[in-house]
Design a protein around this ligand. Sequence first.
Ligand code: SF4
Ligand code: SF4
Length: 384
Amino acid sequence: MTMDRDFRGMMTSIEKHQLQRVIEHLQELGYRTVGPQVRDGAIVYDDIASIEQLPTGQIDIQDGGTYRLQTDIEAGWFDYVVGPHSLKNYLFPPREPIQQLTLNANGWHAETPDLTEPPVAVFGLRACDLHALAIQDRVFLEGPYVDPQYKARRERLVIVAVHCRRAAATCFCHSMSTGPAVSGGFDLVLTELDDHFTVEAGTEVGAEVIEHLSHTPCTPAEIERSRQVSLDLLQEMQSRTPEGDSPRPRQLETDGIRDVLMQNLDHARWDDVAQRCLACANCTMVCPTCFCSTVGEVTDLTVEHVTRERTWASCFTGDHSYTASGVVRPSIKSQYRQWLTHKLATWIDQFGSSGCVGCGRCITWCPVGIDLTEEVAAIRGEGT
Ligand code: SF4
Ligand code: SF4
């Protein structure tokens, strides 16, 4: 797919129903299309063939340990925020075979399975999701060991992102400089206006998809209106205060955060949070940047064929810190402290950025509502 002209910054206007054609065109090109949809009371990512499957008119009400969908007749096609799934589920799946071993006359023969699955195009990703993707790229692609499965999926990934025009009470992307506007890393990005979308292409693939649609170039007024959507939301997030019974809006003070955490490893707040934490690992499972895994082996009944599988792991389990001398972090206090200090402090030493993009998933999906923004504020000595 090559194009003669420069696609960057190209913005066009399409009717909402034309998103169907975008899905179909990507499928014709061989992509598996994945998008947001309602399942079991939450908005999750799954295969999508029709715009009818999108969660139109649904918003998510989120707070510590709380997630509820609500029908809102004013809501558009993408006015929910984020659900428990993220791109991690597709590029670094929860369970996957990484090696097949067969016993023959010469001993064990190992083979790495070929990646035969089709490329994936994902619809509805947000600014925080794309920043999380950049973080996972650093982990899986930019270190001394490149992950071949991740690399193969990542190179063929197509991203149809959306500029947020609504934030949940758990969102703090404004504190992490990761949103709410999508700033890069997309093939296409949509802005939902009242009766149509404005679409911007970020790559040749995205521009080629637009070329297959009946579209009109955006007027300067439309471009301005599109840009204003995320700017208005950013302003609202930066200034919002609790209203009536509405939940406390989140923000995270990041100034000097590495040193604040690392100089307070014996702070009494770690004992306090350990009393509430269940070590269930939900926060690590839903976090779009967490990347720990473990490897296990499954044999068939002949014990001549073994599948070596990689599965997600969590620093909230004892096994995670098992060494020759035993479990290094046996207590919930030490496990929670490891998670938070890695995410917000030593990640900076390791990868040059925070490991948190402010998506709020760990707050929403923690069964007891533990909120990292509150924990950091308490360690800083601020009231919560
Ligand atoms: S630590 Fe929590 S808020 Fe930060 S990226 Fe992970 S899930 Fe999102
Ligand atoms: S912080 Fe919450 S989600 Fe994470 S392990 Fe503890 S109880 Fe589970």
